[in-house]
Write a protein that binds this ligand. Structure first.
Ligand code: BGP
Length: 482
């Protein structure tokens, strides 16, 4: 006789929401904070061009552009109000990042900035007061500008020492307050957006190879040093890597397309995770390096360090899948933000061209768990949409509820039917914030509406959307009531 065990979501499942310092804090020059990359990225159409075309020079030009991240949604001053709203929804966890430039304004100082450290103390205390577990990204597209301009970002090995100093400062300071960490946000994004991911701008086509993969190597070493320090300083903490996962489908059963999809997946989805979870470069990547004349400068002890200091869990963002064929025509191409590919005839897309695919999340969870067998944490997922406030002040975002419901169902099936081990779910932008790819406010993800608009106007007042009440009930019922 067999008994079916009802697993569903574990009792300690970390339901919550996710954010990043540069997209919400504002106060960009308060508390001795230094400038970071996000502080010099303009909003609007220019941003997408900057992220995808060569030649950005990281100069701030106040007359020409607006810098939406400078005020963000003013979490720097409103964090108590926001955390109270998260608590009202019943959040078990809240993912946020520490701005490196609040702790080391130029990145290369000897001593940390006390005002910056004190700010996050206040935030963590407030979260702890409400019983919300902080989940902290150490670096989320926020490299100190000084390191970018004077060291060349992650191309420089010297930056590893500065990063090590930074992680030691934060682990020592917050060791009693933060038990969940992750090193670099969407580390594989450096393959498509080196400005945000690797701290340098591609100047010519060849930069895509040698300098890019050398910069990645430095990040892997830095990430392993962070894992080592975290395990030593906070033995009861867990530290993960963080990748973008977009399962790659072949357009059809043509074996050439199947092979192409497999290779794209190995590069984009597995290259970084293999190093951070298994502690080594995959055979596929070693051949890739040969093919593109990439000779990594790997110093003595690097490979041992990577092998001995692998992560405890995999955190990943999931927004969309990607469909590939070997020979693409101009008509096939879809360009949904950063992810290119061909249009999938079975999927609808968001207003920004991101193809909506809940089953793809279940596939992603299966692929990752099958390959690595470590706990998985979905730390970003959600629908960017234009929201309208009705005359009575309500915001009826049923489209967002539908999107989230289907994705949560997919996770539930992955746990229940496929046996995947999951730690939690923090949907992206639980409170409206500045979009990373457009720098605009109008691409909203939140359960909480923020009265702020693309032209910078707005009272910053917070309002609960319909999805706020829905998500509250999801958490209360531990995912039973969707
Ligand atoms: C991820 C980033 C986030 C976030 C999210 C949504 O790539 O880690 O910072 O912004 O995508 O993207 P966007 O804001 O461009 O809609």
């Amino acid at each position: 006789m067999t008994t079916k065990t009802k697993t569903r979501f574990p009792q300690n499942f970390l339901w919550g929401g996710a954010t990043a310092a540069n997209q919400m804090e504002g106060g960009f020059h308060e508390g001795n904070k230094g400038l970071n990359i996000a502080d010099v990225l303009p909003g609007g159409k220019q941003r997408l061009n900057i992220l995808s075309e060569p030649g950005f020079d990281f100069e701030i030009d106040k007359d020409q552009y607006s810098y939406p991240n400078h005020e963000g949604i003013d979490f720097y001053h409103k964090y108590k109000e926001d955390i109270a709203l998260f608590a009202e929804m019943g959040f078990k966890s809240f993912r946020l990042s520490i701005a490196w430039t609040r702790i080391f304004p130029n990145g290369d100082e000897e001593e940390p900035n006390e005002e910056g450290l004190a700010f996050y103390d206040r935030v963590f205390d407030e979260l702890n007061k409400h019983g919300i577990e902080p989940v902290v990204t150490i670096s989320h597209y926020e490299m100190p500008l000084n390191l970018v301009k004077h060291y060349g970002g992650w191309r420089s090995r010297e930056v590893i020492t500065f990063f090590e100093r930074y992680v030691h400062a934060i682990f020592n300071r917050y060791k009693d307050k933060v038990k969940y960490w992750m090193t670099f946000n969407e580390i594989n994004s450096g393959l498509m957006m080196p400005i945000m991911g690797l701290g340098f701008s591609i100047q010519k086509e060849e930069d895509k190879y040698q300098p890019t993969f050398q910069a990645f190597h430095h990040q892997f070493v830095a990430s392993s040093l962070a894992v080592k320090a975290c395990h030593e300083i906070i033995p009861d903490a867990k530290i993960g890597c963080m990748i973008i996962f977009a399962p790659v489908y072949a357009y059809d059963s043509n074996p050439e397309n199947q092979l192409h999809a497999l290779q794209e997946e190995r590069l984009f989805n597995y290259y970084c995770a293999d190093v951070q979870v298994r502690g080594e470069y995959s055979p596929f990547m070693k051949r890739y390096f040969e093919k593109h004349d990439i000779e990594l400068d790997i110093q003595d002890g690097d490979l041992e360090l990577l092998k001995e200091n692998t992560v405890d869990y995999i955190a990943f963002s999931y927004y969309m899948s990607r469909t590939e064929k070997k020979q693409k025509t101009a008509d096939d191409q879809v360009k949904g933000n950063i992810m290119s590919g061909v249009k999938n005839p079975f999927l609808e897309a968001s207003d920004w061209g991101w193809e909506i695919d809940p089953t793809g999340l279940r596939i992603s969870l299966n692929k990752l768990y099958e390959r690595y067998q470590v706990p998985l944490f979905v730390v970003e997922n959600g629908l960017g949409a234009y929201d309208e406030m009705e005359e009575d002040g309500s915001i009826n975002d049923d489209y967002r509820i539908d999107y989230l419901r289907e994705h949560i169902k997919a996770m539930r099936s992955a746990i229940d039917e496929d046996g995947v081990e999951m730690m939690g779910y923090t949907s992206w932008g639980c409170i409206d914030l500045v979009s990373a790819s457009t720098g605009e406010m109008s691409k909203r993800y939140g359960y909480i509406y923020v009265d702020k608009h693309d032209d910078g106007s707005g009272s910053l007042e917070r309002s609960r959307k319909k999805s706020f009440y829905w998500y509250k009930n999801v958490i209360e019922s531990n995912g039973e009531e969707l």
